[in-house]
Design a protein around this ligand. Structure first.
Ligand SMILES: NC(=O)c1ccc[n+]([C@@H]2O[C@H](COP(=O)([O-])OP(=O)(O)OC[C@H]3O[C@@H](n4cnc5c(N)ncnc54)[C@H](OP(=O)(O)O)[C@@H]3O)[C@@H](O)[C@H]2O)c1
Ligand SMILES: *[C@@H]1O[C@H](CO)[C@@H](O)[C@H](O)[C@H]1NC(C)=O
Ligand SMILES: *[C@@H]1O[C@H](CO)[C@@H](O)[C@H](O)[C@H]1NC(C)=O
Ligand SMILES: *[C@@H]1O[C@H](CO)[C@@H](O)[C@H](O)[C@H]1NC(C)=O
Length: 344
């Protein structure tokens, strides 16, 4: 009788402990460091707006150049071409699938827990992969606009955990969450996101928000690391386009780097991964060599000073009729400081 109850207790403990362990992610500092399966390379290749005829060539060229981290998403509409580029890159470099870190993202119309698996399966199928390294919830948004009904991101997250348990993705993460949303998610799950991807660059530095993630052991990936450079953003009402900014230029000239390398290296040195996108062979290669750009402390401090701009380029809040980024820098398009931390 005693043995029996002990056994069932053990079973309960096991069942309780069974939510998959999120293997901690140790970022790879240098792009030439050997890869391990659970380390996210700090320099990745972005694929939003890659839609030219030579999209596959760009992805393959990125891999040939040395990138080992590719950032894809269902909504980018190019996963087939990206997948083709991955296969070509592997063939030409003699690398194996396991040598790459490949991320994709669940779009807003697939948040229904019953649709999450089909969303992930579709990405795997298009990319030609059997597993992802990281699957993000692209936005904390699944409103009537996308799904015909309100779905809590908590329920979507639960379905993503199941996909991780099935081995279809090694890690799961979120993107574009506000502090309140992320804290709420943490309060309701035993599997915290491994990575949070959001907009970060010298004009939108969000230092407290990054520190918060450090405190919670959640790795941060910086999207649009070159700020408003991407042509879908409107640079007209903002500060000087970052890659033309005079301090960035001065530093670049002094250190023998390109302006983009200065900006990317700044992002890497503060512990975030950066995922610049380009269709151009020369940019793809020079961006990858950002880690060789030797910046001094005073250079970094000059870049830090650009943080007073608080300029966010990516905010679909109005068109989607939902609040986004509440409490963070420039959450309302007025270029203000973060409010979340002041309220406390
Ligand atoms: N989770 C999300 O919601 C989210 C949102 C935005 C982005 N992302 C991810 O983050 C990635 C990067 O962000 P992004 O694509 O918005 O912007 P980005 O990588 O910061 O900038 C891309 C733009 O910069 C240009 N460029 C690249 N390297 C350059 C260089 N060395 N000199 C001059 N111009 C250069 C590119 O032009 P060319 O291509 O013409 O060379 C392109 O127009 C995306 O591709 C996507 O994977 C995720
Ligand atoms: C793609 O084509 C454009 C235009 O010809 C060229 O400038 C660019 O370098 C090409 N990219 C790759 C990766 O081949
Ligand atoms: C999360 O839980 C903490 C501790 O119980 C609580 O103080 C906080 O208000 C909760 N946050 C949210 C957003 O629910
Ligand atoms: C991070 O943790 C430190 C040490 O506990 C604390 O002082 C700091 O306020 C925390 N920062 C944020 C943004 O949560």
């Amino acid at each position: 009788m005693k043995t029996f109850s002990l056994l069932s207790l053990a079973a309960i403990v096991l069942a309780d402990a069974s939510p998959p362990e999120q293997i901690p992610i140790s970022p790879i500092e240098s792009p030439t460091e050997p890869l391990t399966l659970d380390a996210i390379p700090l320099l990745g290749f972005g694929t939003w707006n890659l839609k030219e005829k030579n999209t596959s060539e760009a992805v393959s060229w990125a891999i040939q150049t040395g990138y080992r981290h590719i950032d894809a998403a269902a909504i980018y509409g190019n996963e087939v071409e990206v997948g083709k580029g991955i296969r070509d890159g592997l063939l030409r470099t003699g690398l194996q699938r396991e040598h790459l870190w490949i991320t994709s993202k669940l779009w807003n119309d697939k948040h229904d827990p019953n649709l999450v698996e089909s969303g992930l399966d579709a990405s795997l199928h298009k990319l030609g992969l059997t597993y992802l390294d990281l699957y993000h919830m692209h936005w904390p948004v699944a409103d009537t606009l996308f799904s015909g009904k309100k779905i809590s991101y908590r329920d979507t997250w639960g379905a993503m955990i199941l996909q991780q348990q099935k081995g279809k993705t090694r890690h799961i993460g979120v993107a574009n969450f506000s502090p309140a949303q992320l804290q709420d998610l943490l309060n309701h799950t035993s599997v915290p996101p491994a990575v949070h991807q959001f907009e970060l660059h010298p004009y939108l530095q969000q230092n407290e928000w990054i520190e918060w993630h450090k405190n919670h052991s959640i790795h941060v990936t910086a999207y649009s690391p070159l700020a408003g450079t991407n042509p879908t953003y409107d640079e007209s009402d903002g500060p000087t386009p970052l890659l033309k900014e005079k301090h960035i230029h001065k530093i670049a000239k002094k250190r023998g780097c390109t302006p983009a390398q200065v900006v990317l290296q700044w992002g890497i040195l503060r512990g975030t991964s950066v995922i610049p996108k380009s269709i151009h062979k020369d940019y793809i290669s020079s961006n990858f060599h950002a880690t060789e750009c030797e910046l001094k402390k005073k250079d970094l401090e000059k870049v830090d000073k650009l943080g007073k701009e608080h300029h966010r380029y990516n905010n679909p809040s109005k068109s989607w009729k939902v609040d986004l980024y509440q409490g963070l820098e420039d959450d309302d398009g007025k270029h203000g400081k973060a409010k979340f931390w002041d309220e406390k």
